[in-house]
Design a protein around this ligand. Sequence first.
Ligand SMILES: [Zn+2]
Length: 304
Amino acid sequence: MRIYSHPACLLHDPGPGHPETIARLQNVIEALRTAFPTLDWHSAPLATREQLARVHTRELIAAVLDTAVAQAVRLDEDTVLSAGSAQAALHASGAAIAAVDALCTGEITRAFCAVRPPGHHATAGTAMGFCLFNHVAVAAAHALAAHGLVRVAIVDFDVHHGNGTQAIFENDSRVLYASSHQSPLYPGSGMEVERGLGNVFNAPLPPGSNATLFRAAWSERLLPAIDAFAPELVLVSAGFDAHRLDPLADMNLEAEDYRWLGAELGRLADRHAGGRLGSTLEGGYSLTALRECSVAYLSGLGAS
Ligand SMILES: [Zn+2]
C-alpha cells in the first residue's frame, strides 16, 4: 500500500472553531504510521493548472491560486482560503494524480492519499463545503486523458453527497459515480432519481442509519452497479464522517464497517481493474473516529 501525503497539506488553516482542522490529517498520518510500519510513504507532487483545468474553470483555479491572501478569505459560509491553502490544495490534487500514474503504469495496486482540504463538494466552478479543488475528479480526468482509460469508477462513502463529483461527471459515461450518504444533510443533493446518463448511483440513507442499512445499500445496490460497469480503475472518496462519533452528521457506523467496505472494494478492484484502487481522504471530523476508521479501512484493503 502506497501513501501519498505532503506537509503543505497542514498549511491550509480555515481558522479557530472550524471542524476541518489541521489535527485531522495529523491524526490520520500518526495512526497509519503506528498501525502499519511497512507502508510505502511518498511525497505528493504539485498538480499543474492544466491538470486542474480538465475539470475546473479558469476562474476557480485563479481564485484559489492567484488571490493574494494576507488574511483568510471566506469563499462561502464554511469554505476558507488561508495563506497556505493554495499549496495544500495543489499537493492534495497532485497526490491523487500521482496515485493514478503509479496505478496505471502498474507500479502499485493500492494507494491512499492522506491529504486535505477535502474535495468532493467542489464543482467545476465553485469552491464549497470546505473544498477548493475536487482531487478525485481531477484524478479521474487524468486517468481518462493521460492514460486513455474509458471506464473509471468513483466510489464515495463520505456521509455527505459528493455533489461536485457528480456534477462534473454526470454527462460523461466513461465515469461511474456511486455514493452512499445521509439524507437529508448538506449539500442536499444525491437523491436516487439523480442518475446522470445512467452512470450515477445514489444511496441516500436516513439519519440514524447503522451498519445494516449501510451494508445493504452497498451489497444490494452500489457494488452490483459498479460490478456491472467493470471499471478499469477504482477511485474512492474516503470520508469517515458516517461514524457514530462524528459531530457533523447523525449516522451510526463503526470502524468495522469501513474495514468491511475496504475489503469489498478491494475484491471489486481485483475482479475488474487488475487490483488498481486509489483512495483520497475526504471528510471525518471526530479525531478518534478518523484514527480508527482510516486504519480499519486500509486494513480492509490489505495494508499491513
Ligand atoms: Zn463529509
